[in-house]
Design a protein around this ligand. Structure first.
Ligand SMILES: [Zn+2]
Length: 234
């Protein structure tokens, strides 16, 4: 019994050595893959508003901008990842990026978005919003950039061109030029940063589109493809 168990131990040692060797062999193969995965260019996808700040609301549905931004951001992130980017989200849930005890929740929320952007060292920042206007006939997708950033202007132009041709010209009847805006979210990194206002929740036709799964999937694909194109991708 004792002798047999000794033999088993010896077998076990050989097996253990084999397993250890195998683990090393596998890690030797796995490490370069892990390193290259970490080197994927990061795009921060920022779903505007959240928590106590619902943003604007749909004229017919009452849908909250914060929820639509979150859904659109996830779609854009997934499309970007399918094109070889890593998506880093500022918020993944419906809550805002502040603590209940924060006196000024809006500024705490914005400051945290800045922290996440700077930590991510992104190649680009896409902040996702939905628009509103007192004149309900106003519609279409509008891209904003920081006036001090040439790369921001260029990325905004690429995005606006793509959105004009696929959505604004057929739907809104006209294309838009990208506009400069003085916004905190556009100033957190030297990487090109844009705000995409996907459409007007004050316009019933835009609102219907922005609540439609096929339209939002198509819109997200167009945004991701334009970002990829800006960086020389397909
Ligand atoms: Zn907004």
């Amino acid at each position: 019994m004792h002798k047999k168990s000794g033999k088993d131990h010896s077998t076990a040692r050989v097996a253990a050595a084999f397993v250890i060797a195998l683990v090393f062999a596998v890690s030797a193969v796995a490490v370069p893959v892990a390193v290259s995965a970490e080197r994927l260019p990061v795009v921060v996808v920022d779903a505007g508003h959240g928590g106590a700040d619902g943003g604007v609301t749909g004229v017919n549905s009452g849908a909250k901008e914060s929820d639509l931004n979150l859904a659109m951001s996830r779609l854009i992130g997934e499309c970007l990842e399918s094109l070889g980017f890593k998506a880093v989200y500022t918020r993944k849930g419906r809550g805002g990026l502040y603590r209940e005890e924060d006196d000024n929740k809006k500024s705490a929320d914005m400051a945290m978005r800045g922290v996440i952007i700077r930590r991510a060292s992104p190649v680009a920042v896409i902040s996702v919003h939905m628009n509103t206007f007192h004149d309900r006939s106003r519609r279409g997708a509008q891209v904003f950039f920081d006036g001090g950033s040439e790369s921001g202007r260029a990325l905004a132009q690429s995005l606006q061109d793509a959105l004009n041709s696929e959505f604004n010209l057929p739907d809104a009847g006209r294309g838009f030029a990208p506009l400069s805006a003085d916004k905190y979210i556009l100033k957190q990194t030297s990487a090109p940063s844009v705000i995409v206002e996907c459409g007007f929740l004050s316009n019933p036709a835009d609102e219907a589109h922005l609540l439609d799964a096929d339209y939002t999937a198509r819109f997200a694909r167009a945004v991701a493809a334009a970002v990829s194109g800006y960086f020389g991708g397909a």
